[in-house]
Design a protein around this ligand. Structure first.
Ligand SMILES: Cc1ncc(C[n+]2csc(CCOP(=O)(O)OP(=O)(O)O)c2C)c(N)n1
Length: 579
């Protein structure tokens, strides 16, 4: 059947058609919808795991037991999962195992840019890279059998353009892929040195076989057009190249590790000038040079950072660029902001007031770093808030009483903050950890997590008791606070900063997108003096007059949370409902 699917949906469809029965993931843009789409299909089991390492391990267990498994994650998730992935390339698989690494060149929703193709090369895990949804479906479908044939997990790489762009696909039937019988085999699955040495040899022999396979693999295609200009590329960049240089010959690589060295060299010889066009790194051009292509032409420098576009490629080749493709559209910047009524807002307001050093983490609450709240000093990777706060305290020493707080969301706490907190407790750390429990994984689209007990396929679960868990690991001072109550937030922080003990403050209120607050909106009355105190909350519903400074509230945006009214010293902000 013909359908219009995003790359992510197509991967889920391909996995389903291959008879894949188990899906494991931790959400992360641009990968998230893949597992959501897979979970909605008939005859499959899918779960959100606490993090990507856990997901890959659950998946490996299921594969060892004979099932076909799909694991999905964003590029930084591959870092978290790298430990089991590298060794899975020794053990190999039972049932076919496919791991999606979704890269985000341009950092639309990520803390860094990474090219996951380097992981494939380093871990010796073959990687397929589709250039549209039809290929995403086909590659995902075929990768399970390939994984079984070569006894190794297969990576699928997508980038944000492939994951989120809808293009036509032809969907098919689901194959019957019964789980393979489980066979105990310590020499394959117990990676102690004695056995791992044997598997290392197996791995190297497999690499040789993969290098043979890639020579004739139909996923790599040379499209001969111009005899002058040829471009080697893969994935979304292929589409940009076709748009920008329609006459050029193209070697389109569907397998990006191992690379077909001879085919690349042959292609380079078939044209007068051979270029590599790629985004995010120099992975391909390094490989093409390593394949013996010394005369690689370089177009005028293409950026290595950020996403490519047809316009950028034409510019690099000194070709005229359509005006709309050349210039960034002249629209006012709209920086992201915490939603009106977001329960995270007052915590940052009060941390800012307390002039605390705040080690932050990744989630909606990272927006607390932006003005006017400006209440975050660091944000590096998931879980780092708690460990970095401990590190700062070690450096400042016991005598230094500067207030330091780690701020972390509930999902991120489950992902990796918990192990950081165990380490802090174990090493007798002190300080303040603020867990912003908005009852969901808001940033990636409100997925479930252990602390709200919502599972991916709505199977029965249990909501973990955050307070009990924190107490059980040895934190005596654990408090729960309503983050919409400014006074409660202020005094909890004040007491925690004054204490020598490690304190965990759990700020609990549902994300406004989860449970819509339906209070009447607030309004500003004539007693407003224009002092601007309300505007320091950075609520998108509050505006100020350029000349007088007086505030106004946009009724369409205000959801009546009442946070701003608590900061007005003149009683000028009142509920329209007369509360
Ligand atoms: C290793 C890794 N995996 C996934 C992500 C994507 N991601 C960013 S924040 C986040 C979770 C946010 O949830 P939570 O901590 O509950 O904060 P909230 O957004 O609800 O405020 C996820 C999944 C990431 N940045 N890094």
């Amino acid at each position: 059947m013909r359908a219009l699917l995003s790359g992510n949906e197509a991967i889920a469809q391909g996995a389903w058609e291959a008879g894949c029965s188990i899906g494991v993931a931790y959400p992360g843009t641009p990968s998230t919808e893949t597992m959501e789409a897979f979970a909605a299909k008939d005859g499959v089991y899918a779960e959100w795991c606490t993090n990507e390492k856990v997901a890959v391990e659950v998946g490996l267990g299921a594969s060892a037991a004979g099932a076909r498994v799909l694991a999905t994650m964003k590029h930084v998730g591959v870092n978290v999962a790298a430990d089991p992935l590298f060794t899975a390339a020794y053990t190999g698989v039972g049932g076919g195992y496919v791991v999606l690494a979704a890269d985000d060149p341009g950092m639309y929703s990520s803390q860094n840019e990474q090219d996951s193709r380097y992981y494939a090369q380093a871990a010796k895990i073959p990687m397929l890279e589709p250039a549209d949804s039809a290929e995403a479906l086909a590659f995902a479908r075929d990768a399970f059998a390939l994984s079984e044939q070569f006894d190794v997990p297969f990576f699928l790489r997508s980038t944000v353009r492939i994951s989120h762009t809808r293009t036509p696909v032809e969907t098919g039937e689901r194959a019957n892929a019964p789980a393979k019988p489980y066979e105990k085999d310590a020499s394959k699955w117990v990676m102690m040195p004695a056995f791992a040495k044997g598997r290392r040899k197996v791995q190297l022999e497999r690499v040789r076989q993969l290098e043979e396979w890639v020579k004739t693999c139909p996923y790599n295609q040379a499209e001969q057009r111009s005899a002058e200009v040829g471009v080697i590329c893969s994935g979304a960049v292929y589409q940009h190249v076709r748009d920008a240089l329609p006459e050029a010959s193209v070697l389109k690589l569907g397998v990006v590790w191992p690379l077909p060295a001879r085919a690349m060299a042959r292609f380079a010889q078939s044209v007068e000038r051979c270029y590599v066009v790629e985004e995010g790194s120099t992975y391909l051009s390094e490989a093409v040079r390593a394949a013996g292509v010394e005369s690689l032409s370089t177009p005028s420098p293409l950026p290595v950072d950020g996403e490519l576009s047809p316009g950028l490629i034409r510019q690099a080749f000194d070709l005229p660029v359509a005006p709309h493709a050349a210039a960034a559209p002249d629209v006012p910047a709209r920086p992201p902001a915490l939603c009106p009524g977001c329960p995270h807002r007052l915590v940052f307001k009060e941390l800012s007031r307390a002039r605390a050093i705040v080690t932050g983490d990744i989630g909606c609450y990272t927006l607390g770093a932006l003005p006017p709240l400006s209440a975050m000093d660091t944000c590096v990777d998931m879980g780092a808030s708690v460990s970095m706060a401990h590190g700062m305290q070690l450096a400042f020493g016991d005598e230094d009483k500067r207030p330091i707080a780690a701020v972390i969301g509930d999902s991120t706490f489950g992902h990796s903050g918990l192990s950081s907190l165990v380490s802090t407790v174990y090493n007798q750390g002190s300080g303040v950890v603020c867990i912003l429990d908005n009852r969901t994984t808001a940033m990636t689209g409100r997925q479930g997590n252990p602390f709200n007990g919502v599972t991916l396929q709505n199977r029965p679960s249990r909501e973990m008791d955050l307070e009990a868990i924190v107490r059980a690991i040895g934190v005596d001072d654990v408090r729960t606070i309503n983050p919409h109550d400014a006074r409660a937030v202020r005094s909890a922080l004040k007491e925690a900063f004054a204490s020598d003990q490690l304190t965990v403050l759990i700020f609990r209120a549902p994300c406004v997108l989860l449970e819509r607050i339906v209070n009447p909106p607030f309004e500003v009355t004539g007693t407003c003096t224009g002092c601007g105190a309300c505007a320091t909350l950075g609520c998108p519903a509050i505006a100020r007059d350029n000349e007088t400074g007086t505030a106004s509230i946009d009724r369409a945006l205000c959801i009546g949370c009442g946070q701003c009214a608590q900061y007005c010293g003149f009683g000028a902000i009142v509920s329209e409902g007369g509360r």
